[in-house]
Ligand binder design. Structure first.
Ligand SMILES: *[C@@H]1O[C@H](CO)[C@@H](O)[C@H](O)[C@H]1NC(C)=O
Ligand SMILES: *[C@@H]1O[C@H](CO)[C@@H](O)[C@H](O)[C@H]1NC(C)=O
Ligand SMILES: *[C@@H]1O[C@H](CO)[C@@H](O)[C@H](O)[C@H]1NC(C)=O
Ligand SMILES: *[C@@H]1O[C@H](CO)[C@@H](O)[C@H](O)[C@H]1NC(C)=O
Ligand SMILES: *[C@@H]1O[C@H](CO)[C@@H](O)[C@H](O)[C@H]1NC(C)=O
Ligand SMILES: *[C@@H]1O[C@H](CO)[C@@H](O)[C@H](O)[C@H]1NC(C)=O
Ligand SMILES: *[C@@H]1O[C@H](CO)[C@@H](O)[C@H](O)[C@H]1NC(C)=O
Ligand SMILES: *[C@@H]1O[C@H](CO)[C@@H](O)[C@H](O)[C@H]1NC(C)=O
Length: 579
């Protein structure tokens, strides 16, 4: 009798998987995921097991594994998804608003707890997890983890921006800003130190962490200027620029993917990078690769390398063609629970592509570059590099296939979702049965945000548009000095002065990339053109000023090249005449 009942359950799960369309799955799974997510939040969640108000438990599982704690990262990602739902008017219930306010109150308390990572002002914000009764967890752990403060700031700033737009700036200034500022101060101060990655295993530098830190400081600058907290702007901007610079260094140009950790001795192929892409999504930035937008050539190339890493290591993927969706996990070398697929990783693989499709549709074109060609070749063996307008058949072929490919990842999760719709942390690589922590909270927002992305929901942007990677990356190049270049020159209308020279900071003699100087008001027959640049200390370089009219190079200074050697430190001011 008992076993017959089990057979029926298994049969139902199989039916759901094999005959259900993706819409059927989404329609049934979305409300289940939402309910299960809320069940894991204190104080009223039915599975929150006594968690204090506003705390997210990682899972109700108390053994094999024991996840009945609250993690700063997971909680921030959960609440970011809920704050998006609230601020995008998808769920305007007063209980959701109360829950968000509870989250704010709980985080305000947690920030102040002295813990093994430090006090509130000496690094304690890098503590990864706490007890669910709002006390410090003191056992051994992979600490610190430096993504939590940035992710929490991102969630709270998203809420803050909505409150400001809804005439509640006083709550932002009085209640949210003090919490946000602590997180951003922490991020600005500690971003350049190593810490444990999001999987809590490798202590080095991690792409996901760097991306979250960068985003948080950019959003912090914008919020600070909105509410008049101008004293932080300079420092946050400086460190955001350094972070954007450092973010570029993870790219592996030979093998076309992001090496997710600088340490750990692994391939670096990791869901870390796909999660970084979806959590960096800003539709206004188009397909910008510097911020690893989902449709950027680098993020697409990385997607292929990441997914391919799982095609042959899970037997449930055996029968799947090379260009069809498969179950994916954290990273191919994973040994936790013997290395299995994760629901949230597989959902992220879908979400990145849905976000990409949203942007291509909005901009009415997509670009195939030499970097992303291998990704696109999965969907059309004859595709070539180029830009394809929405009216072209290539655009239709590619976007239709990519949509089906993205849906394929959701259908993999659907196939291995049990009949009650619950999502654990992992599912088994041989037969797909759920594994490890039951009701992993993060599995639910990961599912819901992938569904929302499929509908074309676009979360609020964060200022990724038009960010320039500083030509000098302090984090990579060591000590810098500031050079103030001032040139006395007479110019005609539409004419501008630029500077170009023998080092990275001076665009390596490339006039197209030259920095343009700013002119003072015209004096008698000239103006003074100025630019301040960071140049490596104790470095000899050559340079010239050039003229451009309407952006086109019209004149170089006469020979010889100018040359200068920077001092070991300080600021140097040069005032020179056009030659
Ligand atoms: C939790 O339940 C209490 C008692 O019913 C209620 O006052 C409170 O608003 C609830 N909190 C949330 C976040 O729904
Ligand atoms: C909080 O929870 C921890 C872990 O369960 C427990 O050891 C501790 O005694 C609790 N503290 C309080 C004040 O309830
Ligand atoms: C501002 O938002 C807070 C947090 O939800 C709320 O408690 C407060 O009543 C709001 N104030 C106004 C004026 O709407
Ligand atoms: C997949 O392949 C492995 C070895 O290559 C094999 O042991 C396993 O049975 C296969 N699984 C399925 C589901 O085909
Ligand atoms: C970051 O750390 C590296 C290595 O410790 C150091 O060389 C570099 O100067 C630091 N960069 C910044 C901007 O602090
Ligand atoms: C401005 O005019 C003076 C006097 O004619 C001349 O000596 C000087 O070179 C001119 N300056 C520039 C920048 O053309
Ligand atoms: C530069 O652009 C302006 C405005 O578009 C135009 O009037 C002018 O003729 C252009 N000058 C040259 C040299 O192309
Ligand atoms: C100035 O530098 C450029 C780039 O290195 C070089 O090609 C050129 O010959 C130099 N000019 C002189 C006069 O040395």
């Amino acid at each position: 009798m008992h076993s017959a009942w089990l057979v029926v359950l298994t049969f139902c799960a199989t039916v759901l998987a094999q005959s259900g369309s993706i819409e059927d799955y989404i329609n049934s799974e979305a409300p289940i995921s939402k309910a299960n997510l809320l069940a894991n939040i204190g104080p009223n969640g039915s599975r929150s097991s006594g968690a204090k108000a506003g705390l997210v438990i990682a899972s109700p599982s108390t053994s094999d594994p024991d996840y009945l704690f609250t993690w700063t990262r997971d909680s921030a990602l959960v609440f970011k998804s809920l704050i998006d739902q609230y601020t995008l008017s998808e769920d305007t219930s007063s209980s959701l608003r109360s829950s968000i306010d509870d989250y704010v109150a709980a985080q305000t308390v947690l920030q102040q707890l002295t813990n093994p990572s430090g006090t509130v002002s000496t690094g304690g914000l890098g503590e990864p997890k706490f007890n669910i009764n709002l006390t410090t967890f003191t056992d051994g752990w992979g600490r610190p983890q430096r993504d939590g403060p940035g992710l929490r700031a991102i969630a709270l700033i998203t809420y803050a921006n909505w409150l400001i737009d809804n005439s509640n700036a006083s709550y932002v200034t009085n209640t949210l800003w003090p919490v946000i500022k602590l997180d951003l101060d922490y991020t600005a101060k500690y971003w350049n130190q190593s810490g444990f990655d999001l999987w809590e295993e490798v202590s080095s530098r991690s792409f996901f962490t760097t991306a979250a830190q960068h985003r948080s400081l950019r959003q912090g600058v914008t919020l600070a200027s909105k509410i008049g907290q101008t004293s932080v702007i300079s420092e946050y901007t400086t460190q955001a620029n350094n972070l954007l610079c450092f973010l570029q260094s993870y790219w592996n140009p030979t093998d076309n993917y992001v090496t997710s950790n600088t340490g750990g001795g692994r391939s670096g192929k990791d869901a870390n990078s796909v999660l970084a892409s979806i959590h960096s999504f800003d539709a206004s930035a188009g397909c910008d690769a510097r911020t690893f937008q989902p449709c950027s050539d680098k993020a697409l190339a990385n997607h292929k390398v990441y997914v391919d890493a799982f095609r042959t290591i899970y037997s449930i993927n055996n029968a799947t063609a090379d260009n069809k969706a498969v179950a994916t996990g954290r990273y191919p070398e994973d040994v936790y629970y013997d290395g299995q697929p994760w629901y949230l990783a597989t959902a992220a693989a879908a979400e990145q592509l849905y976000n990409a499709l949203t942007v291509w549709t909005a901009q009415e074109s997509l670009e195939v570059t030499s970097t992303s060609l291998a990704f696109f070749c999965q969907f059309s063996s004859s595709v070539q590099t180029g830009t394809y307008a929405a009216s072209s058949s290539t655009f239709t072929t590619l976007t239709t296939a990519i949509k089906a490919y993205a849906d394929g990842f959701i259908l993999v999760n659907a196939k291995y979702t049990p009949a009650d719709g619950s999502l654990a942390e992992q599912f088994h690589k041989d037969d797909g049965h759920p594994l490890s922590a039951k009701h992993l909270t993060w599995s639910y927002p990961a599912t819901l945000t992938a569904f929302a992305a499929r509908k074309g929901v676009v979360p609020a942007g964060w200022g990724a548009k038009d960010l320039a990677v500083p030509s000098v990356c302090e984090s990579n190049l060591g000590p810098q000095v500031t050079m103030s270049f001032n040139l006395i020159a007479s110019t005609v209308k539409n004419e501008k002065i630029s500077i170009v020279g023998s080092i990275d900071a001076l665009s390596n003699w490339s006039p197209d990339d030259a920095h343009t100087l700013k002119s003072s008001p015209y004096l008698l027959n000239y103006s003074i053109w100025n630019i301040n640049l960071k140049i490596p200390a104790s470095t000899r370089f050559e340079y010239k000023f050039i003229r451009k009219v309407n952006g086109t190079l019209t004149a170089w200074e006469s020979d010889p090249n100018r040359s200068y050697e920077t001092p070991a430190k300080g600021i140097k001011v040069l005032v020179q005449n056009w030659r």
